[in-house]
Design a protein around this ligand. Structure first.
Ligand SMILES: NC(=O)c1ccc[n+]([C@@H]2O[C@H](COP(=O)([O-])OP(=O)(O)OC[C@H]3O[C@@H](n4cnc5c(N)ncnc54)[C@H](OP(=O)(O)O)[C@@H]3O)[C@@H](O)[C@H]2O)c1
Length: 240
């Protein structure tokens, strides 16, 4: 079967897990990663013939070998999704939280993105998808490090999309900016337009299949992104 091999980095829970399940239902072979082995094994037990797993921490530094071995066991790679991320409130700028966020959403992220970029560039085809956030569009009061890390991811994705475009039209980089999605990460009493996780996963897969450069999840979160980028500072500082 061709074009049917996907790796999801950060598939043990939330959006990544739901995407893995939806890809499996479509008949893909799926490589899943995360730190919580028992959750990865749950998915493997549901689809034993179609799932390969790699249990590792994206903060380890160089995980190239983990990914290479996973592709080998999977039998190929056509799509790689980076969903691994962390996002705790850090109003008091707690070092533990801020360092973990940068180590995961920036350093660990670049390692995976660069590995995938080189893999697909060498084949002149593939789909790389990066799950950033609408939070990328403006600095935030409650977790400055989270918004900054997501701005980094969206900007990096754009850079990689430009580079991929020079290589081949069959090599796409899709930046996904979800609003609030109903996972354990979305914890606040001020949530609105919360997207069910199965709907989010479905829309993300569609955007990847259509090789979109950017997609908001759900679509109406595009409006929030627009407002975040354009609302004047005097107003944003009251409501942000
Ligand atoms: N939920 C939302 O409202 C929302 C909104 C916008 C953007 N996002 C983004 O969507 C992505 C997925 O989040 P989610 O809502 O699905 O949250 P989630 O359920 O907490 O999923 C996060 C995933 O990332 C993995 N992960 C986290 N740290 C890791 C590490 N150090 N090493 C390896 N894997 C790690 C987790 O696996 P282990 O814990 O097993 O390692 C888990 O599979 C994140 O990048 C998040 O920023 C979420």
């Amino acid at each position: 079967m061709t074009n049917r091999h996907v790796i999801i980095i950060g598939a043990s829970s939330g959006i990544g897990r739901k995407m893995a399940e939806q890809y499996l239902e479509k008949g893909y072979r799926v490589g899943i990663t995360g730190r919580r082995m028992e959750l990865l094994e749950e998915i493997k037990n549901q689809y034993p013939a179609s799932v390969e797993l790699a249990c590792y921490d994206v903060r380890n530094g160089n995980n190239d070998q983990e990914l290479e071995e996973l592709v080998h066991r999977l039998g190929g790679l056509d799509t790689l999704v980076i969903s691994a991320g962390t996002g705790e409130p850090s109003s008091d700028l707690e070092w533990r939280i801020d360092k973990e966020t940068v180590d995961t959403n920036v350093t660990g992220f670049i390692q995976a993105a660069n590995w995938a970029y080189r893999y697909f560039a060498s084949k002149k085809e593939g789909r790389l998808a990066i799950i950033s956030s609408v939070a990328a569009n403006r600095g935030g009061l409650h977790a400055p490090v989270y918004n900054a890390s997501k701005a980094f991811q969206s900007s990096y994705a754009y850079g990689l999309a430009l580079k991929a475009g020079r290589i081949s039209q069959d090599f796409s980089v899709t930046c996904i900016e979800p609003g609030f999605v109903a996972t354990k990460m979305a914890k606040s009493d001020k949530l609105f337009w919360v997207v069910p996780v199965d709907k989010a996963a479905r829309q993300i897969i569609q955007a990847i299949e259509k090789r979109r450069r950017k997609a908001y999840i759900s679509h109406r979160w595009r409006l929030v992104a627009f407002v975040l980028r354009h609302i004047p500072h005097w107003l944003y500082k009251r409501v942000g």
